[in-house]
Each structure stands twice: as C-alpha cells, then as structure tokens.
Write a protein of this length. Structure first.
Length: 271
C-alpha cells in the first residue's frame, strides 16, 4: 500500500520531495487540489469537505494506508474531525496525520514565537493552543499572510519575496526568537526568510526558522517505527505519482525538476 500526501497545491509537492529524500523506498501518491487553492481564505466547512474528499480519494482509489495532510490550513481546520469521526466510521484501518502538532513540538526552546500562516490557520488559533499546551511560558504572535500562497502558486518569486518582507516585518518587531513557517507553501522561500530574519531580528541573535519539510520526514519515520502494523503494510517499489485537480505550470515545472522529466502528472476530480 502507498503513502498519500494531501495539500492544496505546490506545498504538498515540497513535502513529497522531502519525504522521498528521507524515505525513498516507499510508494508515494500526492494529491494537490490546485483547482480550489487557496484554502486559506475559505470557510471551515469548505476546508473540511475538501479534506474529506482528498482523503477518501487517496484511501479508496489510490490504496493508501496512511495520509499525511501537508496542508496547515486543513490540519488546523478539519483534521481532528476527520480523525475522530470520519476515519472510525469509514476507514477504521487507515491513518491520517497532520503537521501542526509536530511543528509545535519543534518550538520548545522558543520564548517569543512567531507564526506565519494563512488567514484560516491563524483564525483557528490551533498553533496558539498547541504551542501553549507544550510551552506555556512562551509568548506567541500570529500573523496571517493572505497573498503569499497565491504568489507561490503563480511561481512569482519577486512578489513572494516582497510579501515575505512585508509580513515578516511586524513579527520581527516583536523580537521573536523562533518563527514557524505555518503553511506548506512557505518552505519554498525559506532561504530568503532566513536571510530576512537574520537581518531584521534582534541584533546578535538568530531567529530559529522552523520549516516543516525539515522535520516531518523524520517524524514520519519515527511514527512508522512506533506503528509496525502500518509500516508492514507499506509497499516499497520507489514509485511516485502526482495527481492535481487542475494542471498548473508551477507544479509541472517543479515536479519535473525534483522528480525527473518522466514524472507523470494526471488530472483528477475530487468529490
Ligand atoms: N498549503 C496550505 C497550508 O499549509 C494552504 C495554502 C492555501 O491553500 O491557502 O496552509
């Protein structure tokens, strides 16, 4: 059986690349809902419905044993409901994992923590709640970055850099020591973010930038070690499949660059 990855767009591709690098032996199926991106400006009910459709597709049609919800917005808005209600009823032998609690676990050393995320993620306060559970003395500052996902989906590097600069300024003014890139799309600009954070952070102090592609693969490996009943069902043929709800130039270019010219990208309908 396969490992599924679900996201609204380019972000999931970044996560797929990171997983493939760390755990190359497994078979991966990535579904990106590029037709309905951005999720970050959508309602709770819409995101919940979209996530349900993505997960059902990966379980029913693509034989996934485990789905990683790479999308922070979907993890924040709908994951718990899916894990508590939908899975036990429809797919009791499958698992769905999110990215927010693992990211919160990475902030333990932080005292002043900045979260950059979509409007929906920030509104949900999921990061705030999860970080304060683990690190109650930390001060958490959230900021929504409504235009970033669109810049990244368009592959517009100049606009992306301008947006990062604009959104990071108020967080750096709060003298944060830790910054969570709270959206799967943001790691594509992490080198630039680290540069800005170095220049704009407290003089002489480094801002620790937390990028999910750098630890989710390792946490997935740990999870599989702790869950041999899941691990033993995963096939190991080194295959990678990409499905999008709408073809996009950015995903096409990056997929070919990261997975080779022969990678097949197919269009699917969800729901
Ligand atoms: N990539 C998703 C996230 O991590 C959502 C971006 C969007 O579709 O707005 O939040």
């Amino acid at each position: 059986m396969n490992i599924g990855i679900f996201d609204s767009g380019v972000g999931g591709l970044i996560m797929t690349r990171a997983l493939v690098k760390h755990l190359p032996q497994y078979d991966y199926v990535y579904v990106g809902d590029t037709k309905r991106v951005p999720y970050g400006n959508r309602s709770h009910n819409e995101v919940h419905q979209f996530l349900k459709e993505g997960v059902a597709y990966l379980f029913k049609k693509k034989d996934c044993k485990l789905v990683i919800v790479a999308c922070n917005t979907a993890s924040a808005r709908a994951l718990r409901q899916i894990q508590k209600k939908y899975l036990p009823k429809y797919f009791p032998d499958r698992k769905v994992l999110g990215v927010i609690i693992p990211a919160a676990e990475e902030t333990l050393k932080g005292k002043r923590i900045g979260i950059l995320g979509t409007v929906a993620t920030v509104k949900s306060k999921t990061y705030l709640v999860e970080i304060q559970k683990l690190n109650p003395r930390a001060e958490v500052f959230q900021l929504a970055a409504p235009s970033l996902v669109t810049d990244i989906e368009k592959g517009d590097t100049k606009a992306m850099k301008e947006s990062f600069r604009k959104y990071l300024a108020p967080l750096l003014e709060k003298k944060i020591d830790t910054l969570v890139l709270g959206c799967t799309h943001y790691p594509i600009g992490k080198t630039f973010v680290r540069k800005i954070a170095r220049l704009g952070g407290q003089v002489g102090k480094k801002v620790h930038v937390i990028s999910q592609d750098e630890f989710i693969p390792k946490k997935t490996a740990d999870y599989l070690k702790r869950h041999p009943e899941i691990k033993s069902e995963l096939s190991k043929n080194h295959t990678r499949h990409i499905y999008l709800t709408k073809e996009t130039k950015t995903v096409d270019t990056l997929a070919k660059k990261w997975f080779g010219q022969n990678i097949k990208i197919e269009t699917v309908k969800l729901g």
